[in-house]
Write a protein that binds this ligand. Structure first.
Ligand SMILES: [Zn+2]
Length: 344
């Protein structure tokens, strides 16, 4: 093979390999391979001295042309790769401003607060006002004024946490919101239409259906000629707004010391329409509260005439929330588990 043929072969191989190079490192390797001091062009250059003059000129010119072509191809390839690598880097570092931002979690009302406000709203819509009373009450307002004297058996249902204040009269964490009935009636003559929401305490063992501290909402209506029909009418309006417009209210005789007659209030099961299901334990009815006509002894204790008429009712807010949200265990309302609270 002549020196010129060899140079043309070097040219083809070099340009071929450069064409296939996929990184600037590879191009630099090829630059050393072909143009370096130990490369084929250098070797041809060293052999020029041994060639006849005419041939030396031709081989020299060809070698310079091939070197120039390879150098140009290297420069072009490096520029091309640099552009690609820069584009790749830009793509990798690209800031996607279309990505939605991370939303900070927003707070909301506790389900019990929502249910309490819903209950209050219904009664406010019926013309009731709202009052709150002391959490620590005297024995008198908690029991005696509500027709539950010292040794009355009904105390054992709600006997609760006594607070030793050193005062001659015992103080107690109120077992119900009913003391406010007495305080309100002492403070003004009838009429009264008021609901009293608030925290109460009981001696109950804590389980799925009982809490030692919970919320109650109490209602009191005192006016001329208030009848049991008024009580039922008000509670029907409440129950239908709270649980569903088609349900039926049933009142079942019961006993509370501060009302006479007294009743447990049931609604037809809103989950099964009364045919029987797990929510109503197969009975078709669900108890939602206690109610009754205010006992004459309560009116007597606040100095109202015996002819005064009125009704009262009281319900547990947790119990209403439990029914509304189909919760099996009352304790979940107080465990502060955001998975539960956020899903209600
Ligand atoms: Zn049912």
């Amino acid at each position: 093979m002549s020196a010129v043929d060899e140079l043309q072969s070097i040219e083809r191989t070099a340009l071929d390999e450069l064409g296939g190079a996929d990184s600037s490192e590879r191009v630099q390797e090829l630059q050393i391979t072909y143009l370096g001091r130990k490369g084929p062009l250098a070797r041809v250059g060293k052999s020029l001295g041994g060639l006849p003059v005419e041939e030396r000129k031709l081989v020299g010119q060809t070698a310079n042309r091939v070197r120039g072509l390879i150098e140009a191809a290297i420069a072009e390839k490096l520029a091309e790769l640099d552009k690609l690598e820069r584009a790749g880097r830009l793509e990798a570092e690209r800031l996607d401003i279309t990505l939605p931002g991370r939303m900070p979690p927003t707070g909301r009302l506790h389900p019990l607060t929502e249910v309490l406000e819903e209950i209050v709203d219904i009664f406010v819509g019926l013309g009731f006002s709202v009052a709150e009373g002391p959490l620590v009450e005297t024995d008198y307002y908690s029991f005696q004024a509500l027709n539950i004297p010292q040794d009355h058996a009904a105390r054992s249902m709600q006997d609760t946490f006594y607070v030793d204040t050193g005062a001659p009269q015992p103080y107690v964490l109120r077992p119900h919101t009913s003391p406010m009935q007495v305080r309100l009636m002492e403070s003004a003559p009838p009429p009264h239409y008021v609901v009293v929401p608030g925290v109460v305490a009981r001696r109950d063992e804590i389980d799925a259906n009982h809490l030692a501290q919970f919320m109650q909402i109490e209602g009191l209506a005192v006016d001329e000629n208030i009848s049991f029909a008024d009580l039922k009418g008000v509670l029907e309006v409440f129950a239908r707004q709270m649980f569903g417009s088609n349900l039926t209210v049933r009142m079942h005789p019961s006993y509370f010391p501060f009302t006479e007659p007294s009743a447990e209030v049931y609604v037809s099961c809103f989950a099964c329409d009364g045919s029987g299901c797990a929510t109503c334990r197969g009975e078709g009815w669900i108890e939602i509260m206690g109610a009754g006509m205010v006992h004459p002894n309560v009116f007597r204790s606040v100095g109202y005439p015996a002819s005064t008429t009125g009704f009262a009712f009281g319900m547990g807010v947790e119990r209403i929330a439990k029914l509304k949200y189909s919760v099996n265990d009352l304790r979940t309302f107080y465990e502060n588990d955001l998975r539960f609270l956020g899903s209600r």
